[in-house]
Design a protein around this ligand. Sequence first.
Ligand code: SF4
Length: 450
Amino acid sequence: MNSIVEKAKNAALSAAIHQALDYLKKDPETNIPKLMDLVDKLAPDDWYEAQRSAFRNAIREKNHWYELIMKVYALDEGVRETFFRNFILNASLLGSATQEETARRENCNVPWAILLDPTSACNMHCTGCWAAEYGNRLNLTFEELDSIVTQGKALGTYMYIFTGGEPLVRKADILKLCEKHNDCEFLSFTNGTLIDEAFCQEMLRVKNFVPAISLEGFEEANDGRRGEGCYQKVTHAMELLKAHKLPFGISTCYTSQNWNDVSSEKFYDQIIEAGALFIWFFHYMPVGNGAAPALLPTPEQRTEMYRRIRAFRGSKPIFSMDFQNDAEYVGGCIAGGRRYLHINARGDVEPCVFIHYSNVNIREHTLLEALKSPIFMAYHDQQPFNDNMLRPCPMLENPEKLRAMVKETGAKSTDYESPEDVDTLCDRTTPYAEHWKPTADALWNGEHKE
Ligand code: SF4
């Protein structure tokens, strides 16, 4: 009975949102403020009050958020509507309700997003990346990818993010997956070099695929790591995407070397001008036997990243997220299926894209069994790993937690090439954690509270 009531409520919500979007698309500049007035009159006072108030301010002041909203409205109509339906309605509103219900019933985490590597292969040979050395030996078949998405949807997960290797080496299967699961949103980390005119046409056809292009900084830094001419290829890909009114974002890993460039106003302006709608920042993670701890940002550098990203959030028309310093918005570590999990190209189900330890493989276990596996349950039972949201990670900032979890659960290394013992990894991150702690505590209890 409950599920009939839920279904009716979902159908009503879905219809109301479709109607609102239909109304908005006719004249967004005039109709967004009118719709917000209506929402304010009808919604209870405490219903997403902070978000509604930020949205109202954006409209009143016609500030950078408003500019971003208008950019979304300038996207290809079919792609934009599919994004609203798949990302906002299916993945976030309806999906979250199903995820919560499943999590309660099964007493385990259920993710909002699943990250998966269709392949370990890559078309490039970047310094320090294992994919080039490991070649294309490992792939998830189309049937396996399809099965993961089908199982995920049954749990309420409608957001799928490709990692790798270079996912677009498998572009035909990725497009087939987008087509088959047209109620899901697919995002892909990519080096951008395989995005061409034909692929843009395919994106317009399937409508539910969004690339996040990796950039390490300006031309010199980028080509230094990825090879000469790479930056120009990426620039060309962004021009094509923009010309076709297709959404895309940037993904950046910050290190002790490039942090100043990638958090500069010049870099922000450049990617905004290129048409990026979002930028995701990742703190360098010293994982694997070939890791380079010297690339870890110092406490001063990380603090500056924290400050600059927050400052630009208040002035630039781009949605930015710094996964290591923004944990407060998601209640700490999101891994272990709490918000996401990762499945590598060999099928190992890992709590996080950076945590290469697992008890289960998707070729032998269901997704739900993986969520109930020992290391996932250890995440479930122990999150958040720290009350200070500037120290969220069980590996980077609380290495004693990962060390204990891996040992207690018997999770095995999933590194294909060179298995890494958890003690080796945690011994490497311990000095960083100790060094960052006083700065993080001062920042969290001081500047952040203010
Ligand atoms: S395990 Fe660490 S890197 Fe992964 S989501 Fe949690 S906090 Fe982030």
